[in-house]
Design a binder for this molecule. Structure first.
Ligand code: SAH
Length: 216
């Protein structure tokens, strides 16, 4: 691809986001600034600006850009927020969040993905992201509570430790349902009296698995 082709594809990319309901200017700005092409290696790199999920290492996927943007929009991130992401994957979603939040913690069960994402964060100078290898279904007790939590792998129900690590007034966005089925993207808001649940749209994510991966 030459520079002109890349510029055209990027324009189409932003147009596709708008047509799918991404309207929040700060989210669109972040999606414009962070180049998805930097998070995809090898054969699929030239499809980075298409609105589709693509394979990454460890048998995982980088989510569809419109889903990344719609989840980010639903999360309603504020500039002072401390955010937890479960499921670092390529690091793309964390990079988008880093443009909107004060601090982003992201965890993945595969150490290789965490290592590769850290290298990208460093190269892009995204110094407000910290990535760890951990089973994110337990959250990140050291840094809890969080203003916002986003889970990018599907559990059958919201993991109780994540609900517990959400601040009062906080918001969590996550897919729920069985991994081989269409799942529901839901938004959980914690208020004084408890939790409010809202169903947003059907989605498909890889499963939230227990423990950390065995590879080095
Ligand atoms: N947000 C990513 C896409 C994530 S794909 C991106 O922007 O590219 C889902 C990721 O969740 C996978 O990398 C998978 O390893 C991770 N995952 C699954 N179960 C997990 C768990 N219990 N704790 C942490 N990460 C988990």
């Amino acid at each position: 691809m030459n520079d002109d082709e890349i510029a055209t594809r990027k324009m189409q990319f932003l147009f596709a986001l708008r047509s799918k309901g991404v309207t929040e200017p700060r989210v669109l700005e972040a999606m414009e600034k962070i180049d998805r092409g930097g998070f995809i290696k090898g054969l699929f790199a030239e499809r980075a600006y298409e609105d589709m999920p693509l394979p990454i290492a460890c048998g995982q996927t980088i989510s569809q850009p419109s889903v990344v943007a719609l989840m980010t929009q639903a999360l309603d991130v504020q500039p002072r927020d401390k955010v937890l992401e479960v499921g670092t994957g390529s690091g793309y979603q964390a990079a988008i969040l880093s443009q909107l939040a004060r601090r982003v913690y992201t965890v993945d069960r595969h150490s290789r993905l965490v290592r590769e994402a850290r290298e990208i964060f460093e190269a892009l100078d995204l110094s407000n992201i910290t990535a760890f290898t951990a089973d994110g279904s337990f959250g990140l007790l050291d840094q809890a509570p969080f203003d916002r939590i986003i889970v990018t792998a599907a559990a059958e129900d919201p993991p109780p430790p994540l609900l517990a690590q959400l601040k009062i007034g906080g918001i969590m966005v996550l897919p729920v349902g069985q991994s081989d089925h269409v799942q529901s993207l839901i938004r959980v808001t914690r208020n004084d009296g408890g939790f409010e649940y809202e169903e947003l749209r059907p989605v498909r994510f890889v499963p939230l698995l227990e423990g950390v991966g065995r590879e080095s």
